[in-house]
Ligand binder design. Sequence first.
Ligand code: ATP
Ligand code: MG
Length: 734
Amino acid sequence: MDDVTAILDHMNAAQREAVSAPQGNMLVLAGAGSGKTRVLVHRIAWLMQAEGLSPYAVLAVTFTNKAAREMRTRLEALLGLSLRHVWVGTFHSIAHRLLRTHWQDARLPQHFQIIDSDDQLRLIKRLLKENTIDDERYPPRQVQSFISGCKEEGLRPHQVNVNGDAYLMQMVDLYERYQLTCERGGLVDFGELLLRSLELLRDNPALLAHYRERFGHVLVDEFQDTNTLQYAWLKLLSGMQTPMTVVGDDDQSIYGWRGARIENIRRFEQEFSETKTVRLEQNYRSTSAILESANALISHNAERMGKELWTDGEQGEPISVYGGFNDLDEARFIVDTIRDKVSEGFKRSEMAILYRSNAQSRVIEETLIRQGVAYRIYGGQRFYERMEIKNALAYLRLLLNRNDDAALERVINVPARGIGTRTVELLRERARLDNTSLWQALHDGLHDGSLKGRAGNAVRVFSDLIERLDDETSMLALHEIIDHVGERSGLIEHHRNEKGEKGQARVENLEELVTAAKAFTQGEALGNAEIGEGMVALEAFLAEAALNAGDHEADEFEDCVQMMTLHSAKGLEFPVVFITGVEEGLFPHKMSLEEPGRLEEERRLCYVGLTRAMQKLYLTHAEVRRLHGKETFPRPSRFVRELPEQHLEEVRMRGQVSRPLSVSRPQPSWRQQGVEAAGDLPSLSLGQRVSHPVFGEGVILDAEGEGERARVHVSFEGEGAKWLVLGFAKLTPL
Ligand code: ATP
Ligand code: MG
């Protein structure tokens, strides 16, 4: 770019001021859609072009891999050059980079592996069992969040103040044991990435000096969602000397439940010297109907830093509120509307379906599939979290590190090779007594003959398999390694033998993993600098898979409806947005009603949701909802009532009947009529084969309720599993 001032084109005065301010600490505090992220990107460009900052001297931190990729792309477009080496990433990916580079100083084995929260939970369950600790008094998830919470606060076991409390002492003891297990296996969880890299810098003055010297400017997006540890990390790295630009919005802090601290915004202003604060007040994203509604909603929160937000955009269409009879009806409305919008000329990718809980997606997905509407899910059912993918990754992890207990446990008997839970228990016991890994215990057992007979043979087959895979793949390229492991481990075969579409999908996913690996080595994934070959590449790929789980999946280029939780929609924008399940108990989530401060966080989450929409917003709820196998009869969310009535319209059926939203709704039909019980119910039992006139043949998996509410869960061949009301479904026993 010849003219640096071009970076300031299409910017308002406040934005220009922020972008071109002389180097120094700066806080950009502004509401949704006011151009914070845009300012951040343009500021990086400005620093490079106008201030002569080297690309290597920039450290930019965002919250998701998707946002990091986006930032890099926008920056490259702005500057017209490739910036693969610039440090743009999430806190986790940057911490990971530091640990990989300085693994020795970080006291980690060279091939340490990242474990995700699933692996973490599995590990904790095992610890509880091994130490015969009551998992009702110490539920694994609680232990997990205790450990993560400690790490987020930067606390090692010995630093936790237990105050003689027996319960806490047990928790700390578990934390300690957990940590030991991780150390032994070379395993690093997400919290550990950050804490470890903080300790690395803190305890190695020369290293710290090197990085402080290197980075000339540190920039952070979504600063309102930083936690204590991340704040400390930034403080340490910058040494309070390196200038920092942070941007954020207190009204969009939505990770309090995971340790984020809104106060960090105020702290930053106070602790970092001579911080210049810039406020952006013009919203460029949404229609005024949407923006005014969002402003009205958030004004119900008491704890705010106070900001203005206006738009000179047009009023736009009112917000449509749809109340479905049930969740299926809600899904149908959404999909019908999407199809209408497509015929009006919208692209599918311009529409987003947002929900509070991942579990809500299934019904909508099924409806989309049935109507042939392509969609993609961000987060939730993530590609890298799918069972078959995790199994394949576990084999790969074992190739790199036999002591990876989590990986070994996962695949020792997948596909089945006759290693029963009893044998695995014995291995665990042995590993615990000898303080070794499972792999070691397995070999010791084979060696001294305590593992013999059928079990011994089966275990030997497994061990030989891993060794053989290692041999066979040593000279292969990354994607060939993955291909080979999929075939020779028997995983592909295993899923191929599974009946129905599920097995097929799993095989396809495994194939997709090979494709992903190919793309990875060709440098298409992220801005990974040196990927290397063979096992080195494998290591990088596994790290990428663990870090990336969640951000993107499948084909980036297909025109798909975007589905995601409200949390993962942060920072994004879409012309058309559906916020679903806007019901008391679901959104606000029922857990938020008990804890102080949590309701305000839910409202901020709603604010985030509303402000994702550019042109048109739909809020949907259902009068009957089935979630986690239970039926509920929720009321519409209080958040709907907190929106200005003049901006709302109630939609009944496919937008044909529309009238102003009345707060007291007529009695929904299910209450007036009740459900009629059918006369003769067929007598059915679990496991029985049945036939249905539409879905075909299936097997009964589960049943619940009595009389008119009796329902059965039937797994149909080809159609998948469905809950059916016994009185209505015409099931014939076979
Ligand atoms: P959020 O709080 O949701 O993260 P944000 O403050 O980061 O939002 P951006 O995503 O940077 O906002 O910008 C919102 C939209 O407004 C983007 O489409 C951006 O390109 C556009 N925009 C920002 N500033 C201007 C401007 N001065 N002129 C035109 N469009 C702008
Ligand atoms: Mg943003």
